[in-house]
Design a binder for this molecule. Structure first.
Ligand code: TK8
Length: 358
């Protein structure tokens, strides 16, 4: 805890000094839960290399550090995790391939590019499927979701836990967007929007009249800076912690898709661990994923407000405007629901509705 506390104080201190007293780089975040549980007896030592896409100030990194702290404390230092942020080891697609070959031990991609391994994950890419965070969390913690994690078995990837990337928001450098027509541009021409490498996302933006451009996350900032793409879509915390506001003038609170993260380990690494260590890794993954969801929630609105303070013009959409987007992307359901599985989608919607009726 001392190390974490010192880390936080140092981090916040540097952030505050770096940006003057006006902005801290993080909201008042909940401290990680106390690390409890037995120390696992000695089954050898392992150093785990983990690559993630986002910055050190992101909920993804902070919770991954908590994962590392749990392993280190409950193995008395025999299990250590070295985290490499900012896509420095590669993008989501590349790092999943590195897990398969065993050249990387862990990663934490979005579910969207992982549909090549487990097609059912594409349910999460259906627009406006999960209306509230509570519904999304209930789905991610359901048996249906566990079945998706189990479906990675045999791919070379051990999928450990879902957490929150979050509700995706549109940003662009051309014009404010309030309606689907603002995306398609009518006679002005559609916005060129970077998407994740995922066919449902391509379909969403094609249906809205944009020019979707699949691209690795690590290439996105320079593509926007050079005008290769007009815009992108990600949660507010990612837009802020990746400094996209430096190259994007307009934001629209579309909340069009809720994307999970999936914490993953190479099956080669997993198979080298003693079962007692495997149990510890699985427990630590679930605990850190729950903490990540808490951090992501604490970051969400705060990040949007920070972006506005830093000059981004953010359009909040009212219920009618959201309904216009929902109607405009209905063809995406018509196209993809049979492919993904009507029963699976109905099961997910039932979980969501039950959560919202409570
Ligand atoms: C980071 C990505 C990112 C995702 C994207 O590794 O690619 O836009 O939303 O968060 O997973």
């Amino acid at each position: 805890m001392t190390r974490f506390l010192l880390g936080t104080l140092t981090f916040a201190g540097v952030a505050t000094m770096g940006l003057g007293m006006a902005h801290a780089q993080t909201p008042d975040l909940s401290a990680p839960p106390a690390i409890d549980g037995e120390v696992v007896e000695d089954h050898g030592s392992h150093t785990i290399r983990m690559g993630i896409g986002l910055a050190e100030s992101s909920p993804q990194y902070i919770s991954s550090q908590h994962f590392a702290d749990i392993l280190e404390e409950r193995s008395e230092g025999r299990l250590t995790v070295n985290i490499f942020p900012n896509s420095q080891l590669g993008d989501d697609v590349q790092m999943m391939e590195m897990l398969q070959t065993g050249t990387l031990d862990m990663s934490y991609p979005s579910s969207s590019p992982a549909t090549t391994y487990v097609p059912e994950l594409a349910a999460f890419d259906l627009p406006f499927l999960l209306p509230t965070r509570e519904a999304a969390v209930a789905v991610m913690q359901s048996d249906v979701a566990q079945g998706m994690l189990d479906s990675f078995d045999g791919t070379g990837i051990k999928a450990l836990a879902f957490s929150e990337n979050g509700y995706r928001q549109l940003s662009n450098s051309v014009r404010p967007v309030e309606t689907p027509e603002d995306v398609g541009g009518l006679d002005m021409g559609g916005l060129t929007i970077r998407t994740m490498e995922n066919p449902v996302h391509l379909s969403i933006w094609e249906t809205l009249g944009a020019n979707p451009t699949p691209m690795a996350f690590g290439e996105l900032f320079s593509a926007m800076e050079q005008g290769v793409v007009d815009g992108q879509e990600n949660p507010w915390s990612t837009i802020l912690t990746s400094n996209f506001h430096e190259v994007q003038d307009y934001g629209s609170e579309t909340r069009h898709v809720y994307t999970p993260f999936i914490m993953m380990m190479s099956e080669r690494t997993w198979d080298r661990l003693d079962p007692a260590y495997q149990d510890l890794v699985q427990e630590a993954a679930r605990q850190s994923a729950a903490y990540e969801i808490q951090l992501a929630a604490e970051y969400d609105d705060w990040s949007r407000n920070q972006l506005e303070e830093r000059g981004m013009q953010i359009t909040r959409l009212n219920d009618e405007q959201i309904a216009a987007f929902q109607e405009a992307v209905q063809p995406v359901y018509d196209e993809w629901a049979p492919e993904i599985g009507e029963d699976l989608i109905a099961e997910i919607q039932a979980i969501a509705e039950e959560t919202m009726s409570n």
